[in-house]
Design a protein around this ligand. Sequence first.
Ligand code: 5AD
Ligand code: SF4
Ligand code: FES
Length: 362
Amino acid sequence: MLSVEKILKKNNFSKTDLQYLLESKGEERQTIFEKSKATKELFVGHKVYFRGLIEYANFCSKNCYYCGIRAGNKQFTRYQLTDEEVMEAVDYAFSNNYGSLVIQSGERTNKTFVSKIEGLLKKIQFLTKGKLHITLSLGEQREETYRRWFEAGAHRYLLRIEVSNPVLYKKLHPDNIHHNYQQRLLALQTLRQVGYQVGTGVMIGLPFQTISDLADDLLFFRDFDVDMVGMGPYIEHIDTPLYQYRDTLLPLQERFDLSLKMIAILRIMMKDINIAATTAMQTIDPQGREKALMVGANVIMPNLTPVKYRQDYLLYENKPCLDEEASECKNCLEIRIHMAGDQIAYGEWGDSRHFRNRTTKK
Ligand code: 5AD
Ligand code: SF4
Ligand code: FES
């Protein structure tokens, strides 16, 4: 029997097991993908949930070393959607039966921004009669802000831990209280307490990151008992401090392959959570998202941001779908998802089964 087969028979993977799985090649790698595919079929089925993505604004008060829209980058234009533009995107998602929406932006914590989001949430709730499920991805905020947005109608929150190793976290962020690992962890815990379904995630293939770090990331997801995970390859951006380390990175294809393995192993470990097939996967491989679906992912986030702003929301280079209108992405995705052997679950909120199981157990 292959060593991988012995590991996959276990109920709980040790860190050494995870490292072994992450380093597997050839037949062993294929065995992992077969197992993750079967796990997905059994526990979440063939449904793919759509989350219409609105990149609301690219203003950000932070300076993460990897990110193209960091405050320190002056090489592009900052924007914020008007209320009408947000509502048009909402309307598109609602009338096309997307079931769910993600509002994402750079991090801002000022009063005006907090009230603006609260107002938009109430408006969306009212206009869609509470039928459109709303996810926020607006960074670290005070508990009161998380509460206000929750009460205004947001149900889920995505906040990536980025890397679960605090030492590595320090290398990827400026050393100040706004970029503090413990704060980030606390924010995740607060979100959970407030009542959100909580999603987190990491980047894969970062400078200084090791296989041991990635194994720890998987253990972090399990120990935190997350409901959703979105992770994908790190892709360098020329106007960022990390760009100077580009020669130390794994080749893009290897970062992609590691990302696929991370998704597959996570599906085997956390059978009923939602896992996103991220845009960064598609940036490296034109069929990246389909490949992610085939090894265990079950969520896709079609972009609903008005096309004229897309050039200015470049967290990393070569982001796809910069010119495609929402309807073009929808058609494209329908074909691609079908080819991957899945179906789009139109009109469903698509809460993770994990969340339902977790909350009904209590
Ligand atoms: N490559 C890949 N992902 C990135 N993100 C930010 N910069 C990059 C990059 N250069 C991810 C972060 C963040 C999410 C919104 O985008 O994980 O949480
Ligand atoms: Fe801002 Fe998020 Fe980019 Fe960091 S990763 S600079 S918080 S948008
Ligand atoms: Fe945008 Fe294919 S998903 S063009």
